[in-house]
Design a binder for this molecule. Structure first.
Ligand SMILES: NC(=O)c1ccc[n+]([C@@H]2O[C@H](COP(=O)([O-])OP(=O)(O)OC[C@H]3O[C@@H](n4cnc5c(N)ncnc54)[C@H](O)[C@@H]3O)[C@@H](O)[C@H]2O)c1
Length: 270
């Protein structure tokens, strides 16, 4: 069912794991999609794949969302191509992934480099703020639109650092979920509530989607420790967030704004 027929939807971080899935779900629902990402190579390959499958209804726009000038240029390009903007999904992030071996992104608080703090917050918070400022303002001017901020179950609970532990390392060397992750995801809920009320009279709805951990072949020991914290006993499948995104972007959620849709297998209620 083409519930988003001809709607113009922008997805930041569209070359990544969740972003490419969201873009595809929106295209399937009939939308025209602007794929925004800093990674030009990955972006172009997504664009090629999606254009072929969805009769050219998407446009790749290479953009660094931490740079206001860059976003303004992207805005002009999008307006020239699509003529309007109906949906913005703030999904891009400096996203730390759990891999085998010590991951340098998983830095302990006492040693967390200021440059990493600045870099993570620049994408997660400044980038989302700037995209709302420029693309959101366009929707406010059109008196219609939807913003979805991608948060995380860690927007409402603290990370359980025990699940990232690696055997044989002393405590001071144990990897942890970085502090920036919690700060950014919690901050995005603030941005969600602020804009939901700020633009309500302009018919721009703003909500957050909080996914739980998605299974992508992480080490078995990590998966066991994480799934023990999840009442449903498993990690998420990437496809499980697609219909939620369509719900948030379409009229199915037209009386919903300022909310955080948490889909974490129940982890945050245990
Ligand atoms: N993967 C998970 O299990 C999971 C769980 C909960 C929440 N999330 C959230 O979902 C979102 C997507 O996560 P993912 O796993 O797909 O990450 P990912 O690393 O696969 O994708 C992130 C994308 O953002 C892009 N990006 C980074 N900096 C950018 C910049 N300055 N300008 C434009 N684009 C930039 C990257 O190039 C990349 O393509 C993130 O906000 C993440 O925190 C992910």
């Amino acid at each position: 069912m083409a519930v988003l027929k001809n709607k113009v939807c922008l997805v930041t971080g569209a070359a990544g794991l969740l972003g490419s899935g969201f873009a595809e779900a929106l295209l399937e629902a009939g939308a025209r999609v602007g794929l925004l990402d800093i990674n030009d190579k990955a972006l172009k390959s997504q664009e090629k794949r999606l254009k072929k499958k969805y009769q050219g209804r998407c446009l790749a726009v290479q953009v660094d969302i931490t740079n206001e000038e860059n976003i303004r240029k992207a805005h002009q390009m999008i307006l020239r191509h699509f003529g309007r903007i109906d949906v913005l999904i703030n999904n891009a992030a400096n996203d730390p992934k759990v891999k085998k071996g010590v991951n340098s992104h998983f830095s302990r608080f006492e040693h967390f480099p200021l440059e990493q703090w600045e870099a993570d917050c620049a994408v997660g918070l400044r980038g989302s703020f700037l995209c709302c400022k420029i693309f959101g303002a366009q929707m406010a001017q059109q008196r219609s639109g939807v913003i979805v901020n991608i948060a995380s179950d860690l927007s409402v609970i603290a990370p359980d650092q025990r699940i990232y532990a690696q055997a044989g390392l002393k405590e001071s060397d144990q990897p942890v979920k970085p502090v920036t992750y919690s700060v950014i995801k919690t901050g995005l809920l603030g941005l969600t509530r602020y804009l939901a009320t700020y633009w309500a009279h302009r018919n721009v709805r703003v909500n957050a989607l909080s996914p739980g951990g998605i299974y992508t072949g992480q080490p078995q020991a990590f998966v066991k420790r994480l799934t023990d914290l999840v009442p449903m006993g498993r990690m998420a499948e990437i496809s499980e967030y697609r219909k939620a995104m369509i719900f948030l972007c379409s009229d199915a959620s037209k009386y919903m704004t300022g909310q955080n849709l948490i889909m974490d297998g129940g982890r945050s209620v245990w």
